[in-house]
Design a binder for this molecule. Structure first.
Ligand code: MF3
Ligand code: CO
Ligand code: CO
Length: 268
């Protein structure tokens, strides 16, 4: 049985095991999207590919219909920071695009996002993408039993700043389990040694959004699409983590050797 600490539902070993399934499919899905990122493809086509993939793996998108969200993935190109709705605009050479997907199998969720570059990447966008990857990893490495959530936010913020990037403070990671969004909120900024203690059984996401321009955002009339006010690009990676007494497992990244991907995601 799940245990409640404040509002945080701690997961048993068996419950974490249930979450490995959807999380693994999220990882495989995000890997499968990488070769599709070529000039001319539309995010609606990418959404269609994802729907086939998800059905083939007998999973379900947790996003479709979530508060009325109309698609199975979020697709956020260029100045769209987050929650972009797939559409018919062809992607162009040099575009930077984040795909975020939450899947569930038997009601247990896994959540992940990757940023890709279509065709040839400008040095600036490549730097932003790698900075987002590295700050996400810094947050993940700080997420250990015995620590605090402020350690995670501080590590993300520090890594982002060191690379000349800014974190969008209005967006955060979250607990996840039988709901897509659970407590706690996992802020992407913070102070070491403060905040919610990290204890075994916690499962949550780390998902900072980084930008190189101004961090101000607005929401379009569709009620979903969040854009940067200055139109500057953003990048985001998201992973779902499970905290054990002696280690933290990245449920959405099963590469046996994280060190091989310390500076850049697998496809770079
Ligand atoms: N997957 C997103 C997250 O990381 C949730 C998107 S909500 C949606 O929390 F409705 F926009 F899809
Ligand atoms: Co999430
Ligand atoms: Co997500």
């Amino acid at each position: 049985m799940s245990n409640l600490v404040h509002n945080i539902t701690l997961k048993t070993g068996i419950e974490v095991h249930r979450m490995r399934r959807p999380s693994r499919i999220v990882e495989e899905l995000l890997r499968s999207v990488s070769p599709l990122m070529t000039p001319g493809v539309t995010t609606r086509q990418i959404n269609a590919h994802c729907e086939d993939f998800i059905a083939g793996r007998k999973a379900e998108s947790s996003l479709k219909g979530y508060r009325g969200f109309p698609a199975s993935i979020c697709a956020s190109p260029n100045g769209v920071a987050v929650h972009g709705i797939p559409d018919d605009n062809p992607l162009r050479d040099g575009d930077i695009v984040t795909i975020d997907v939450t899947l569930n199998v038997d009601g247990w969720h896994g959540d992940g996002a990757w940023t890709y570059i279509v065709g040839k990447a400008s040095p600036e966008k490549l730097h932003l993408l790698k900075a987002a990857w590295k700050s996400t990893l810094a947050g993940i490495l700080a997420a250990k039993a015995g620590g605090r959530l402020g350690d995670v936010g501080a590590a993300i913020e520090r890594a982002a700043k060191r690379q000349g990037c800014t974190v969008l403070e209005d967006f955060a990671g979250h607990g996840i389990g039988t709901s897509l969004h659970e407590d706690p909120i996992v802020a992407n900024t913070g102070t070491r040694g403060t905040g919610q203690p990290i204890v075994p059984g916690m499962v949550f996401t780390v998902e900072p959004i980084l930008c190189i321009g101004k961090p101000e955002t607005g929401v379009l009339e569709d009620g979903w699409t969040v854009v940067t006010k200055d139109g500057s690009p953003t990048a985001q990676f998201e992973h779902t983590l499970a905290v054990f007494r002696d280690r933290t497992e990245i449920l959405t990244f099963t590469s046996p050797d994280l060190r091989a991907n310390i500076d850049a995601p697998p496809f770079f």
